[in-house]
Design a protein around this ligand. Structure first.
Ligand code: FAD
Ligand code: UDP
Length: 368
């Protein structure tokens, strides 16, 4: 066998796995069907600005080991995500905090805010165990927040009514009674100086990488070249959809170079109404405090997933979870294949979770 590991996918999972295995003397080949490395964290330098080609990526974690790990490859800046919501021309701070509550109701103290939210939630006290995102949001913040900041955005993003979306998704967002616009509660946060591609390049340094290669088109050739295969693509595709297709949500990104220095004064502005067809506009220079004369903005349009676009988000509802379990069961019959990452595990993972899982898997391999 030419390789110990064939790694399908050069995203964060594949790159971390390949790096760690190479470090302990294993021979790895990494392939990716895209024309570049990095998967969804890929950034591309245009006009001196690192453009997040596949949407805003902000690194955040409370795990010091993971923070030290990524910082050992590349320095991170002090970027703190604090998106603005635009609801029909009204601007609100996110996540939901005292600034938002003041903008909504002019309440000035946490006590006033709690009282107001209690009133807002009064109609929903019968919901004791929220079963979906709509119920969860109404119980958390009540009517106004749900109608202005959540419902429109959520239904565009997921392409279905909010009462058909899992409740856990809204719990990603902090809800706090302080004047703190930090979108995350984690201890560490930032963006790699020089872009995420630099991080991936460092991880893959000295490792054989082939881009523009689809594993499924050359499966037989690849399978005989490596002892084990790390697969980070879609688990349902791996098994030829034998139990049916898992659902994903896709996005269409419209990137524009503008001949002005500043478009919106913030890296992320969410459009939370129903009618605006996109969910957010990113202005990439603000992720890195750029002072260039031009700017690059990206509109994110949610989209049905089909074989012509990318499966960006798993839809972790009960129906898909059932299908997933069957594939997971089947995966036990192919011990030579390691399934890892957001697509192969079909989980709404952030970057730090994917890195932690890859490191954990490497450790386990050592004991097998
Ligand atoms: P991927 O990056 O998807 O990599 C999988 C790779 O496998 C891809 O490059 C793909 O081309 C390749 N591949 C698939 N099938 C094949 C095949 N058959 N043959 C060859 N190659 C194949 N996380 C955060 O922590 N903070 C954020 O702010 C954040 N924002 C996000 C915004 C968006 C719009 C999205 C979609 C995700 C965001 N994430 C964020 C999550 C983050 O992108 C993921 O956690 C991480 O990139 C997953 O890495 P991965 O290696 O599992 O998957
Ligand atoms: N969300 C919302 N309004 C917003 C931002 C987010 O209702 O202005 C909801 C929406 O359902 C979204 C979820 O919160 O899918 C998680 O948001 P996050 O910003 O974590 O999404 P991601 O960056 O992963 O797309």
């Amino acid at each position: 066998m030419r390789y110990n590991y064939l790694i399908v996918g050069s995203g964060l999972y594949g790159a971390v796995f390949a790096h760690e295995m190479t470090k302990i003397g294993r021979k790895c080949l990494v392939i990716d069907k895209r024309s570049h490395i990095g998967g969804n964290v890929f950034t591309e330098n245009i006009e001196g600005i690192n453009v997040h080609r596949y949407g805003a990526h902000i690194f955040h974690t409370s795990d010091k080991q993971i923070w030290d790990y990524v910082n050992s490859f590349v320095a991170f800046n002090r970027y703190t995500n604090s998106p603005i919501a635009n609801y029909k021309g009204e601007l609100y701070n996110l996540p939901f905090n005292m600034n938002t509550f003041y903008q909504l109701w002019k309440v000035k103290t946490p006590e006033e805010a709690r009282k107001k939210i209690k009133e807002q939630c009064e109609k929903f006290t019968h919901i004791t165990n929220p079963q979906n995102l709509e119920e969860q949001a109404l119980v958390l913040g009540g009517e106004d927040i749900y109608q202005k900041l959540i419902k429109g955005y959520t239904e565009k993003q997921w392409g279905r009514p909010a009462n058909q979306i899992p409740a856990f998704i809204i719990k990603r967002l902090p809800f706090r009674f302080t004047f703190d616009n930090n979108y995350f509660n984690d201890t560490y946060q930032g963006i790699p100086i020089g872009g995420y591609t630099k991080l991936i390049e460092k991880l893959l340094e000295g490792i054989e990488v082939k881009t523009g290669v689809n594993y499924f088109e050359h499966k037989n050739t690849f399978d005989i070249q490596a002892e084990k295969i790390v697969f980070t693509g879609k688990i349902d595709e791996f098994f030829d959809y034998c139990y049916g297709k898992l659902e994903y949500r896709s996005l269409y990104f419209e990137h524009q170079l503008l001949d002005i220095p500043d478009f919106q004064g913030n890296a992320v502005v969410n459009y939370t109404d129903h009618d605006t067809p996109f969910t957010r506009i990113l202005e990439h220079k603000h992720f890195e405090f750029g002072t260039q004369e031009k700017t690059i903005v990206t509109k994110e349009f949610p989209h049905e997933y089909s074989t012509d676009n990318e499966p960006y988000y798993p839809i972790n509802d009960a129906i898909n979870q059932n299908i997933l379990e069957k594939y997971q069961e089947l995966s036990l019959s192919v011990p030579r294949i390691i399934f890892g990452g957001r697509l192969a595990e079909y989980k709404y993972y952030d970057m730090h979770q994917v890195i932690a899982n890859a490191l954990e898997k490497v450790k386990k391999q050592g004991h097998e």
